[in-house]
Design a protein around this ligand. Sequence first.
Ligand code: ADP
Ligand code: MG
Length: 569
Amino acid sequence: TAQIETHEFQAEARQLLQLMVHSIYSNKDIFLRELISNASDALDKLRLESFRDKSIEGIDIDDLHIDLEADRAARTLTVRDNGIGMSRDEVVGLIGTIAKSGTGELIEKLRAARKAEGGDGATGELIGQFGVGFYSAFMVADTVTLVTRRAGRSEATRWSSDGTGTYTVETVTGEDIPVGTSVTLHLKPEDPDDQLHDYTSEPVLREIVRRYSDFVTWPIRLRTEKIEDGTTTHEWETINSRKALWARPKDEVSEEEYREFYKHISHDWLDPLRTVSVRAEGTFEYQALLFLPSRAPMDLYYRDAKRGVQLYVKRVFIMDNCEALVPDYLRFVKGVVDAQDLSLNVSREILQQDRHIQLMRRRLVKKVLGAVKEMMTDDRGRYDTFWSEFGRVVKEGLVEDPDNRKAILDISSFASTHSADELTTLRDYVERAKDDQDHIYYLTGASRSIVENSPHMEAFRANGLEVLILTDPIDEFWVEQVGEYEGKTFQSIAKGQVDLKTSEGDEPGSEKVDESSFDGVREWLAETLSDHVKEVRLSHRLTTSPACLVGDTFDIPPALAKMYQQAGQ
Ligand code: ADP
Ligand code: MG
């Protein structure tokens, strides 16, 4: 007959549990994610073991699943898997203690943080470095009972605790107990004002699974209840879609599936322009499936707009709008990143600092920029759509991300005096430029027609020199910082002395004039306009206009000056 033993939790486990019971997280729903994740791991392990050891009996590898069963009257929720299970020693070792290094330190920090601020913010962050897993069940349950039978063993183990100081273990004969683990939560009393967190409710469970575990590869089945004509029937219904597209080899996924998935995660009605899939093996394994949308969202320029991709850890959903994975200037990119070696409780703050994440982000940026470049050559129409929707945002990267300047300039296109309706790439500009032209000429302004009608244009037009027409506000910023492309420096035609490299004799209207004969009118102009201009100079740059305004080489651009002015500086 069974003997029930009472054990004490290891000191650190007890402390962590105590913090758990008094709820570190405001989001309690994640307990289910944790239990499903454990179940999923256990199924993975069993599958692996069955490959290695064919002798394990009574295992149907084709019928591995995770079951959720709620009992409204008893207020229990059971999460059951037919995975690898645990031996008695494993239960005591794995559940009763925390073997992770740094636990003590973490708990100290948690305590200090709780005392200092009394809130959940800092503690949530700290715990993110750690992963609380199974203990999160105590956020929602008064008592947790676990019954488990290790694959290949005949006996089973029952474990139970109220999450305070102790737990009980007992060995039970496993004959009628299937291999695997079942975790039953005796839920805390119902809060009538909080139906959304009633974990015995079918819709609530469906929603949490859909949100956090939809792409778990194993079926998650919910025991549903139907009452028809006074008779109650039960059924197991699989409630996750199980489609981890990113984990499947690219050539096994259809375009249609990619499109569906894109729409699912982006809530967009249109098809994506391009799919980018990335796979990294080695010390930091991850898969990413990214999409370029075909239309810019309304809130692309709003400060507080949602941006970033979804983060998964081993197929388990961790967070939406993860900004750490893509830079601001690619904020329109949608998709999923699934990393193998992160804690399930990783926080945004930790992601920002993680070295692996930074490397991953750099690689993703390169992949996205590379995909746009490919589109430029293999599907020009799509590229044009992309650029007209997102070009303005991508150009922010020229300022934000100096490392990728060259790659961004390569995929940028601009209006130019070369064509009235087509944009040009810098490469094409450089190819057309005269051999001795050291500059890429540009002029910024509020609109194409304002720029084209500027007096500054005249000499360039007369000399057949191409000028880029830059009309986006961001252009003023990057063009100042970028400096050059393929050895040619960016040169505003509205600034300083522009050397047109034409010989005196070729210059239009070049009869020799005595320049001093203009001194009178020049001085008069300088005096009359002294509040508005620094200097009045004779110019060779105009052909038909009598005069133009020229900025100093190091003047702040007019758009910037205007912004400062509006900001009251
Ligand atoms: P983690 O999953 O990060 O290791 P948890 O607290 O979630 O931490 O779980 C602790 C350990 O307990 C797991 O590593 C696993 O060995 C064991 N375990 C938990 N749930 C199960 C389960 N359903 N089946 C088998 N083993 C489990
Ligand atoms: Mg876990």
